[in-house]
Design a protein around this ligand. Structure first.
Ligand code: PAF
Length: 282
């Protein structure tokens, strides 16, 4: 079946009505477009587990702090449609801001709670409220049985899972492992803004995570020291944070934490703020 593109909430609901009535498995892959291999992995997974694969492309103004960041976010709709067609997605929902926020914004929003102000939220105030609000809207519009997210945005996935649990939303979250370039750089729509040298520098993030994970047996402080040493040795990495959290709670992992540890790093390299993550198993 060729990819069907819709741009309005009404068209989207109409396109999915028969599948929903028939009790078919519907998977949603929410994206902001500029699709890359990371998104492709989500769509392939959705194709495997669901009868109907819906992808949304919407650059959500509510989750951007600076207007300039929103404006320069890459938009590649035609290439995205071609990739989704190739991957066998069924439906693309590509609304504009007017369709999603007819009043210019949303008076009613979902609040991410204190964790929404930490880590990624500390440097991007309101970001996670914007993410959770748009994800709720997309879930209500498409009413999927499954929603797919990438592990790379670990804090986002944690907050979405918690929102789904807290608000009893009837959807299962499927989390797909981070897709990396051959050299280890986590795939991101923002990588296109890195020149060759900056790309090389950006590899420091995944190297630091691997060094930290390798020290798992020596405890959390040793892990952070090992990761930090790699980051400190690199020029031109403007580190925001390197931290280790308990994946069950997202609270900082205590020094003697016995279970798995999620390592998180965020840094600015050239014009781009990059994040990466690794689960260090106990
Ligand atoms: O991860 C993203 O691309 C966005 O935060 C999402 C989940 C599509 C919401 O706009």
């Amino acid at each position: 079946m060729p990819l069907h593109t819709v741009t309005t909430v009404a068209e989207c609901r109409a396109a999915l009505e028969d599948a929903r009535r028939a009790g078919r498995e519907i998977a949603l892959v929410p994206t902001m477009g500029a699709l890359h291999e990371g998104h492709a992995a989500l769509v392939r997974h959705a194709r495997e587990v669901a009868d109907v694969v819906v992808v949304s492309i919407f650059v959500n103004p509510l989750q951007f702090g600076e207007r300039s960041d929103l404006e320069r976010y890459p938009r590649t709709l035609e290439a995205d449609q071609a990739l989704l067609e190739e991957l066998g997605a069924d439906l693309l929902l590509a609304p504009d801001a007017e369709q999603m926020y007819p009043d210019g914004g949303s008076s009613t929003t979902v609040h991410a709670g204190p964790l929404g102000d930490e880590l990624e939220g500390a440097s991007r105030p309101g970001h996670f409220d914007g993410v959770l609000t748009v994800v709720t809207k997309l879930l209500n519009i498409t009413q999927p049985t499954i929603v797919c997210f990438g592990e790379k945005d670990a804090q986002q996935v944690f907050l979405v899972r918690r929102m789904i649990r807290d608000l009893d939303l009837p959807v299962a979250v499927h989390e797909i492992e981070t897709v990396r370039e051959a050299d280890g750089l986590a795939r991101s729509s923002r990588n296109v803004f890195l020149d060759d040298r900056q790309h090389e520098v950006a590899l420091t993030l995944s190297r630091a995570l691997r060094a930290a994970a390798a020290a798992r047996a020596d405890g959390v402080p040793a892990m952070l020291r090992a990761g930090r040493a790699v980051l400190d040795a690199a020029d031109d990495v403007d580190l925001d944070y390197l931290t280790a959290v308990d994946p069950e709670t997202f609270a900082p992992a205590p020094d003697d934490h016995a279970g798995d540890v999620r390592l998180l790093v965020a840094a600015r390299v050239g014009p781009v703020r990059l994040i990466d993550t690794l689960l260090a198993q106990s």
